[in-house]
Ligand binder design. Structure first.
Ligand code: AOF
Ligand code: ZN
Length: 356
């Protein structure tokens, strides 16, 4: 084959590897990974994919379909850099070397602190390594897992629904139906796309939210986020959240970064925070918010009940700054999506959800 034909065969194999990866489970601590083994003439020798933590990795799955010795000189095309560690399974770098694979082509580097280094290990054993093939597509496909692996925490979205003056409740505490049905449906759709949904114990005790994702007539959507309750006050035995399809995860909220690390360790890659001004301000002040979803109703309430509590900001120069990433009209309401300006909203401060 000419170099061009090899490139085409490998690009085609990477596309196939991405399809194979998509057969794996979309949630959990491990990424979805696919692998295609090519003979030197470009023929497909075997395919494999990863079926979730504790099962063989994609490369090992593909190798297992071949008789011993028949991957000698083959090219392994894999969506993620082969791992270089013994976790629940052994290192793929060593499995590829032992099988005599001559070339490895991967899309995206493994950001894992323990698992990375496979490319260097392969190269040191004389295996030819190429990276970056179909990288943008694989990066998009693995976006939530890569974010969590790179940051050691889930992607955090803070959502609130408010009036034009940023109020989320009236003087008597009533807060339901600030926004209309289209905005509410949008919230439920986004909830169901998140791995977890978080509230503070303050909101839990005040509103008794069910933390489920539902249709307009109250039926449960298929995918439900895991409920997470932050704070030190106990969850009442009769709280609605105890009837959620997933058992709630309780975190004390004293060290939000370490709480988020715990969630990441449980395979939670995205957290949707709906849980009140104290929780929102604690996450914001700690620089742990990646996206704001603000549903704005064309109404005014006045008074002190604001969407976000104290941020410890004494002067305008310290304002947390965001960019408007999107603005959408939803019925009579607006959805504003805002993302932190680099070095602005991500300024880390220490804070807790104490009192929440
Ligand atoms: C690969 N191929 O198919 C997958 C990889 O606990 P373990 O042994 O399953 O290791 C999990 C880590 O290995 C995971 O966090 C990620 O860095 C990598 N996953 N690597 O070469 C695969 N699933
Ligand atoms: Zn591996």
């Amino acid at each position: 084959m000419t170099a061009n034909e090899v490139g085409t065969a490998e690009a085609r194999a990477m596309r196939r590897a991405l399809e194979l990866a998509a057969l794996g489970p979309a949630t959990g601590v491990n990424p979805r990974v696919g692998c295609v083994l090519l003979a030197p003439d470009g023929r497909v020798l075997a395919e494999g994919w990863h079926r979730g933590a504790g099962t063989p990795h994609a490369e090992v799955d593909a190798l297992s379909k071949l008789p011993a010795g028949s991957a000698r000189g083959a090219t392994a095309v894999v969506t993620l850099e082969p791992c270089n560690h013994t976790g629940r399974t052994g290192p793929c770098s060593e499995a590829l070397i032992a099988a005599g694979v001559g070339r490895v082509v991967y899309a995206v580097a493994d950001p894992g602190r323990r698992s990375s280094g496979g490319a260097a290990r392969l190269a040191s054993a004389g295996v030819e390594v190429e990276s970056g093939v179909l990288a943008d597509e694989v990066e998009a496909f693995l976006a939530d897992w890569l974010f969590t692996a790179r940051h050691g925490r889930p992607f955090v979205t803070v959502k609130w629904a408010a009036t034009l003056d940023g109020r989320t409740a009236a003087a008597d505490g009533t807060s339901q139906w600030i926004t209309g049905p289209a905005a509410r449906a949008d919230v439920h759709r986004r909830r169901s796309q998140a791995d977890a949904i978080g509230v503070g114990t303050g909101t839990l005790l005040a509103d008794d939210p069910s933390l489920t994702a539902r249709t307009a007539d109250g039926a449960l959507l298929e995918a439900q986020p895991v409920p997470v309750v932050f704070g030190r006050r106990p969850v009442p035995a009769e709280a609605a959240v105890t009837r959620h399809p997933h058992p709630p995860i309780l975190l004390d909220g004293a060290d939000l970064a370490s709480d988020l690390g715990q969630l990441a360790g449980r395979g939670i890659r995205s957290l949707f925070l709906e849980g009140g001004p104290t929780l929102a301000s604690a996450f914001l002040a700690a620089g742990l918010v990646d996206e704001l979803l603000v549903y704005l109703a064309p109404a005014l309430l006045g008074g002190p009940r604001l969407a976000v509590g104290d941020l410890g900001i004494g002067t305008i120069a310290d304002a947390l700054r965001f960019d408007f990433a999107a603005v959408e009209r939803l019925g009579d309401d607006l959805l504003v999506v805002a993302t932190p300006v680099q070095g602005g909203a991500s300024r880390a401060r220490t804070s807790t959800t104490e009192g929440n």
